[in-house]
Design a protein around this ligand. Structure first.
Ligand code: NAD
Ligand code: UDX
Length: 464
């Protein structure tokens, strides 16, 4: 089966970069990314490619090359569905904020809307691909909805979870550890659909890295991968607290255990807590699924990863207060970094939001500098928590365009994102601008301690 037209529903952090790379690698396939968010589509179509809505190293260059050639961004969802042979569903699946499963289950309302729209619009057979991260067995629900019209259109449903990490999305897409495709391996049509998608990826991914499985394994593997990754961060963060009490150093511990080839060196960096749109949401979803099957021990086991992460964010902020003589009321604190990790403008579930909220509850005054996050986003993140009014957030938090401005008359600095540029700052200049004693809290183990202490900083780093 030769695929000519691909449609991707959802022009977000996954749909945008993934489709841009497919379009670049498969110039003979037309790729249309659609979204109901008009502002987002307008930004994707901005003549200035630096203004596309997602910041990822290397992304704007690809968009520049492929946009208008075989990569299109549009709000006309019906048209793109109608024309497509293959439809990726890449819409958001956040944690439910209402009703049954509130705070735990994934909210599948956007997925269901997509399925209904595909069923309503389609006139010829389609391959429908779950690109969003979904609870295991969602494909069965999609099947019910798609087949409900009785209009004779045939669908093949595949699961093709995305493993890219933000900040390295382009590199991860170009050079993935593996591509996972789940489908109906029992039938000829199912195998054909899987082969069609394998062929797209095989344009640039070695075949031995393209894995095919049944749909349920594919759906569950995505939740499992995120649970394992997040568990490593919580495990190392748990040890970071023990390091602080015992004189051990978490970086040395990470290195020592990571050299064991059974453990491996990656994802062992202690931090102020993991953030991002995926880890927490996907583990909560896993916990919820386990509980619905009455697997309470399984649920409790994974829930602990989240409990540890919440503790890590809270204890970092609490330690700041305690170190600064048990009060930060009226004190100015500079937060360097708001994104949940470096090289992205995404702030979803960023530890910085929670640390700031904690400090605001202690009546601190906060200055924020992040090289890629907008002022509007920072206020919206704080407002979303609902801890205090929007006015109160705007009164207590100032967003500035330079780290030096953030540190003017500050009592303390908290480094909460590991942006490379923070390593290169003129730390003497920052120190000179601050009130003394000048406290420096490194939530990322980014900074070299010796030189900071020599300058005169009261230096605290996680796990040291
Ligand atoms: P996102 O919020 O950035 O983008 C989703 C987009 O879908 C939004 O722009 C929204 O307007 C659009 N949308 C929602 N309903 C729609 C509809 N009915 N029709 C058209 N557009 C619609 O989300 P994201 O970060 O790209 O994540 C998408 C999915 O991919 C989620 O399931 C997530 O768990 C998964 N995922 C995300 C990452 C990541 O790093 N962000 C990595 C792997 C997997
Ligand atoms: C994650 C998964 O890595 C990716 O495979 C999946 O597709 C989406 O979710 P992402 O959330 O974009 O990707 O970034 P990731 O690099 O995994 O970092 C997540 C959080 O963990 C960040 O806040 C990061 O700072 C933190 N982290 C990561 C640590 O604190 N220590 C580490 O060693 C690694």
């Amino acid at each position: 089966m030769k695929i000519k037209n691909i449609c991707c529903i959802g022009a977000g952090y996954v749909g945008g970069p993934t489709m841009a790379v497919i379009a670049q690698k498969c110039p003979n396939v037309n790729v249309t990314v659609v979204d109901i968010n008009e502002k987002r589509i307008k930004q994707w179509n901005d003549p200035d490619v630096e203004k596309i809505p997602i910041y990822e190293p290397g992304l704007s260059e690809i968009v520049k090359e492929a946009r208008g050639r075989n990569l299109f961004f549009s709000t006309d969802v019906d048209k793109a569905i109608d024309e497509a042979d293959m439809i990726f569903i890449s819409v958001n699946t956040p944690t439910k904020t209402y009703g049954i499963g509130k705070g735990m289950a994934a909210d599948l309302k956007w997925i269901e809307l997509c399925a209904r729209q595909i069923a309503e619009v389609s006139k010829n057979d389609k391959i429908v691909i779950e690109k969003s991260t979904l609870p295991v067995r969602t494909a069965a629900a999609l099947r019910d909805i798609l087949d409900s019209t009785g209009n004779g259109v045939k669908y093949q449903i595949l699961s093709n979870p995305e493993f890219l990490a933000e900040g390295t999305a382009v590199e991860d897409l170009r050079n993935p550890d593996r591509v996972l495709i789940g489908g109906d391996i029992e039938t000829e049509e199912g195998r054909e659909a899987m082969e069609a998608l394998v062929n797209i990826y095989a344009t640039w991914v070695p075949r031995e890295k393209i894995l095919t499985t049944n749909v349920w394994s594919s759906e569950l593997s995505k939740l499992t991968a995120n649970a394992f990754l997040a568990q490593r961060v919580s495990s190392i963060n748990a040890m970071s607290e023990l390091c602080e009490k015992t004189g051990a150093d978490i970086n040395e511990v990470s290195k020592a255990i990571g050299m064991d080839s059974r453990i491996g060196p990656k994802f062992l960096k202690a931090s102020v807590g993991f953030g991002g749109s995926c880890f927490q949401k996907d583990i909560l979803n896993l916990v919820y699924i386990a509980r619905t099957f009455n697997l309470n021990e399984v649920a409790d086991y994974w829930e602990q990863v989240i409990i540890m992460n919440d503790h890590q964010k809270r204890r970092f902020a609490a330690n700041m207060v305690q170190t600064m003589y048990n009060t930060v009321a009226g004190k100015k604190i500079a937060i360097l970094g708001w994104a949940f990790k470096k090289d992205t403008n995404d702030t979803r579930e960023s530890a910085a939001i929670y640390v700031a909220d904690y400090l605001l509850n202690e009546q601190a005054e906060i200055m924020v500098y992040d090289p890629k996050v907008t002022e509007e986003q920072i206020y919206s993140d704080l407002d979303y928590l609902g801890t205090r009014s929007g006015d109160a957030n705007r009164q207590a938090v100032t967003v500035v365009n330079s780290p030096y401005e953030a540190c003017e008359d500050a009592h303390a600095i908290a480094v909460l994102t590991e942006w490379d540029e923070f390593k290169e700052l003129d730390w003497q200049k920052l120190y000179d601008k601050m009130l003394k004693p000048a406290f420096l809290f490194d939530g990322r183990r980014l900074l070299e301690p010796k030189t900071k202490k020599e300058i005169g900083f009261e230096f605290y780093a996680i796990g040291n």
